[in-house]
Ligand binder design. Structure first.
Ligand code: ZN
Length: 331
């Protein structure tokens, strides 16, 4: 069945939401997302999504009337597996297309063993049924920010955007002033605040703040993402509140860790903060699930930043029951 297709803005199509296979109710990744097709004289796929979504997505592309020989680039904002595993199918289906990957992620795309393992660690073995297969090196374009992909009639600019993941970037569309920011910040179409996931496998506060400043400097007219509403027309509001919340999360965790509070109590304080600023209504249930696990990635970051801090008692890797996190030096 051809998926639902929305022309969000001029020549910018969201195809979906397309159901993903194997996500459980209350699970930790989105059960349905909408990969994008961006059409100029040439075309690009943005946020290709999961392996199981590739075939319905290509049906949507055919329905729009864009032939595969027009698609030059496949551009996930980052390599977290629910954003990227469709690559394997799409690169086979479109033999001349190249995938655009952050320079910090190229080695992981060529040899994804660690990337796959870190997703199992973040989501838990029961939650992660995804696997990126090695991407041939000659199909990859490595970027670091500042690169421009000219589609004819519109350009896509890459903005270095670490924080959520080291290999995350934003994508700015010159025709619509639309900006894809990946998972950072998160929002629904009617959100009053920009949300921040502080529990991916890795998280970095200073780089996150720098990324938000860079997004603001683009002066986008709309923020785009592939789930939960697709477009938000008050980028400045989302960026400013995301900055406020990121600093508040850091402060709450540092205070809790200094007092040697167990992870459960710190999670409760984070929850109280989110309630107090209206973040939970603004973003929906997904944020609540995260807190049950404790923001392990933020704890890891803080331990590296402040050597006197320790992992709070009871911080849990999702899917691994009560096993306690140890200090990690993973990059
Ligand atoms: Zn992510």
């Amino acid at each position: 069945m051809v998926p639902y297709i929305v022309q969000v803005l001029n020549g910018l199509y969201a195809i979906g939401p397309i159901q993903t296979v194997g996500t459980s109710a209350g699970g930790l990744r989105e059960s349905a997302t909408s990969p994008f097709l961006v059409v100029g004289e040439r075309a690009a796929i943005v946020e290709p999504g999961e392996h199981s979504q590739a075939a319905p997505f290509l049906e949507g592309v055919a329905e729009i009337g864009v032939t595969l020989d027009r698609i030059d680039y496949i551009i996930p904002t980052h390599l977290h597996l629910h954003h990227s595993t469709a690559l394997n199918v799409l690169l086979d289906a479109i033999p001349h297309a190249k995938v655009v990957v952050h320079a910090r992620g190229v080695a992981h795309a060529i040899e994804p063993t660690r990337l796959n393992a870190s997703s199992v660690q973040a989501w838990g073995p029961g939650e992660c049924n995804l696997n990126l297969n090695p991407v041939p090196e000659d199909r990859i374009i490595g970027v670091a920010g500042g690169e421009v992909f000219d589609l004819g009639g519109r350009k896509l600019e890459i903005i270095d955007a670490p924080g959520h993941a080291p290999h995350n970037f934003g994508i700015y569309d010159t025709l619509t002033k639309g900006l894809w920011c990946g998972d950072f910040p998160q929002f629904q179409s009617n959100s009053k605040r920009g949300g921040i996931s502080i529990n991916p496998p890795l998280f970095h506060v200073e780089r996150g703040l720098e990324t938000l400043r860079r997004f603001r400097a683009c002066n986008p007219a709309v923020l785009l993402k592939w789930y939960g509403g697709i477009a938000h027309y008050q980028p400045e509001l989302l960026i400013r509140t995301a900055e406020e919340d990121l600093l508040a999360f850091e402060r709450i965790c540092v205070e809790g860790m200094r007092q040697k509070l167990p992870a459960k109590e710190i999670a409760l304080k984070l929850e109280e903060y989110k309630q107090s600023v209206g973040l939970i209504e603004s973003l929906g249930q997904e944020v609540v699930q995260e807190d049950v696990r404790g923001p392990v990635a933020l704890y890891r970051y803080l331990i590296q930043k402040y050597p006197d801090l320790e992992m709070p008692e009871g911080a849990i890797i999702p899917g691994r029951g009560e096993r306690e996190m140890r200090r990690s030096s993973a990059d």
